[in-house]
Design a protein around this ligand. Structure first.
Ligand code: SME
Length: 160
């Protein structure tokens, strides 16, 4: 199946999931499972959320699918995760071995994408995906992951 067709299908599945999920937590777990199962190069999929009221700000691992990571709490000045949350921008790293910010989760990881999640226009967390393949996240993947982050952000907004 061409990659773009699969991405379109998965996007529709995310929309359906968002309508069916009873809570934001259920939606986040569902997005992790769906992306990991349907997108074959998305080998670790997880949400890090900003801990409410934490000073200094801290990203805390919530829903995820994949091997357990040593990085369950990440300050904003560390890792690609910290960089994405503090800049509010999507970060794609085609070769993690060449990025000095990278915090290793698995020795198999070759590339990574981190997309911030906005609630009321403020960064509330992020969707982080690792791949065992170099340069796994092209322009269409970015759009799909950004869509997932947007859908979760909207759901969180409703529940606040
Ligand atoms: N690689 C991330 C850390 C999280 S693990 O990938 C799950 C980073 O550099 O921030």
């Amino acid at each position: 199946m061409p990659v773009t067709t699969r991405i379109e299908e998965v996007r529709n599945e995310v929309t359906t999931l968002a309508q069916a999920a009873a809570t934001a937590k259920e939606l986040m777990q569902g997005v992790c499972t769906l992306l990991n199962e349907r997108m074959l190069k998305y080998n670790w999929v997880g949400f890090y959320m900003l801990e409410p009221g934490a000073q200094p700000p801290m990203l805390v691992l919530e829903a995820f699918v994949g091997a357990m990571t040593p990085h369950t709490r990440i300050p904003l000045n560390q890792g690609i995760c910290g960089a994405a949350a503090s800049s509010g921008k999507t970060i794609v790293v085609d070769d993690v071995s060449k990025d000095p910010r990278y915090l290793a989760c698995s020795l198999e990881t070759k590339s990574e994408i981190v997309v911030p999640i906005f609630v009321m226009k403020q960064v509330a967390g992020e969707l982080d995906i690792d791949s065992h393949f170099a340069a796994a996240f092209g322009a269409e993947d970015q759009k799909l992951v950004q869509y997932c982050a947007e859908v979760v952000g909207k759901r969180l907004e409703k529940s606040r």
